[in-house]
Design a protein around this ligand. Structure first.
Ligand SMILES: Cc1ncc(COP(=O)(O)O)c(C=O)c1O
Length: 437
């Protein structure tokens, strides 16, 4: 079914790219060994490469596409909008309707603002939480990614609860000193940190399901305990639903786990493949945003009519077909998870496999993965062998152990069957690799 050729055109393009783009890419995770395949076009569940190669895609632009590539209703709507203008710098009726659609979908979004990326959304949500509470510090969790801005690009220090040290050069310590990093799923660290510093903390920001350290699920009762503690201390609970929004359910992780945050951020699926994101929350918090309040936030492209059109078309489809879409996606991820568990066992590969809704991931580890530290115990050499063999078979997953695979409504029965066969070969390839040191 899938035809794969040597990617010589991709290799050539990558050589050119490296001369003009750092590392040859416009976002780091896109670079992988020996070189990434370049894409000419995409449709449904497939990516079509520059060398005539075809892939069943489980990266789906890192979770941005829930309806698959080039979904006709979205493409048609965008096509119609393009001729009406691409950017106005003044408000439109559609952005109000879009915001109303988000408001009625996402549990805590009494008011919201549209921005262009998940990074912008979390950056502004944190600023608004600080402005509202008058407090400086925030808590984030080890292994959670909230975009590439200074406040959140922080990993934990050596202790369970430490002041952060910057993950990247170029981020002043003065900024990250206000970011406290604690391990995910650790009730005690959460308890101690909030009981000790709670009155200085403006916000807790969390990926309710971690999709950026592989896939890590919240333990039973963890999110509700976090909700209870933050409420007690007047801390703004921000659910970063950049991945989970409209993916776990129409109302994201808040609906899936029945927890209402104070604020949430949305991105990825929200734009149906176009750049748009949102942050929002309780009205009394969001009214502080400029021009109704004093917390400044702005953006030339915010509410861009092309992105709004794509997002609006996407949400219409999801709302109309939600009772059919979400159960079917979860059924498919269960099926792939079960296949991975059985095939790993057949190949004598130690593995942990997790899934939720349309997300799934395998960790090459003998230990259950409950946080960043346990995720890091995974054998990344085995993962690379698994990834490379899948690629050879024409199945594209995100090229890192610390990412997540995504299903869409476009993945058909024959895609899944083909993928399960490819999993078999890929797990066999992983089994031949001796454990990395
Ligand atoms: C949970 C989460 N928050 C924020 C971001 C940043 O979003 P963007 O890449 O659109 O800036 C991402 C991106 O992967 C994400 O997964």
């Amino acid at each position: 079914m899938v035809e794969l050729k040597l990617s010589s055109k991709s290799e050539e393009l990558f050589e050119r790219a490296k001369k003009v783009l750092p590392g040859g890419v416009n976002s780091p995770v896109r670079a992988f060994e020996p070189y990434p395949f370049f894409v000419n076009r995409a449709k449904g569940s497939k990516l079509y490469g520059a060398d005539g190669d075809t892939y069943i895609d489980y990266c789906m632009a890192y979770g941005a596409l829930l309806l698959g590539h080039a979904y006709s209703e979205v493409v048609n709507a965008v096509g119609g909008q393009l001729w009406k203008g691409t950017l106005y710098g003044t408000p439109t009726e559609l952005e109000v309707e879009f915001a109303e659609l988000i408001q009625t979908s996402s549990p805590c979004m009494e008011m919201l603002r549209l921005v262009n990326s998940g990074t912008e959304a979390t950056m502004h949500a944190i600023r608004v939480a600080r402005g509202f509470t008058g407090r400086k510090k925030i808590i984030k969790f080890e292994g959670c990614y909230h975009g590439a801005h200074d406040n959140v690009l922080v990993k934990a220090g050596s202790g369970a609860t430490t002041f952060g040290t910057p993950t990247s050069p170029g981020i002043p310590e003065e900024i990250t000193q206000n970011t406290i990093v604690i391990p995910y799923n650790n009730f005690q660290a959460l308890d101690e940190t909030i009981k000790c510093k709670g009155h200085d903390i403006a916000a807790v920001i969390i990926e309710p399901v971690i999709g950026n350290a592989g896939l890590i699920l919240p333990m039973n009762g963890y999110l509700s305990y976090l909700r209870k503690l933050t409420e007690e201390y007047g801390i703004i609970l921000i659910f970063d639903e950049t991945i989970t929004g409209f993916r776990l359910a129409i109302g994201g992780a808040q609906e899936y786990y029945n927890i209402k945050a104070d604020m949430a951020t949305l991105g990825k699926v929200l734009g149906g493949g176009f750049p748009i994101a949102a942050f929002g929350g309780r009205k009394e918090i969001m009214e502080n945003v400029s021009p109704s309040g004093k917390v400044y936030q702005a953006g030339t492209f915010s509410g861009n009519p092309v992105s709004v059109t794509a997002g609006y078309a996407t949400l219409q489809v999801l709302r109309r077909r939600k009772d059919e879409i979400y159960p079917a996606l979860e059924e498919n991820s269960e099926r792939l998870k079960k296949a991975l568990v059985d095939l790993a066992s057949d190949s004598h590969v130690e593995a942990q496999v997790y899934n939720v809704a349309s997300m799934f991931q395998i960790f090459f580890s003998s230990q259950p993965v409950i946080d960043y530290a346990s995720a890091k115990l995974s054998d990344t050499k085995k993962f690379q062998a698994y990834f490379q063999e899948l690629l050879k078979q024409g199945v594209f997953i995100p090229p890192s152990q610390f990412e997540t695979c995504f299903l869409t409504t476009a993945h058909a029965e024959k895609d899944l069957e083909y993928t399960i066969n490819a999993f078999d070969k890929a797990l066999h390839a992983a089994s031949t690799i001796s454990r990395s040191a």
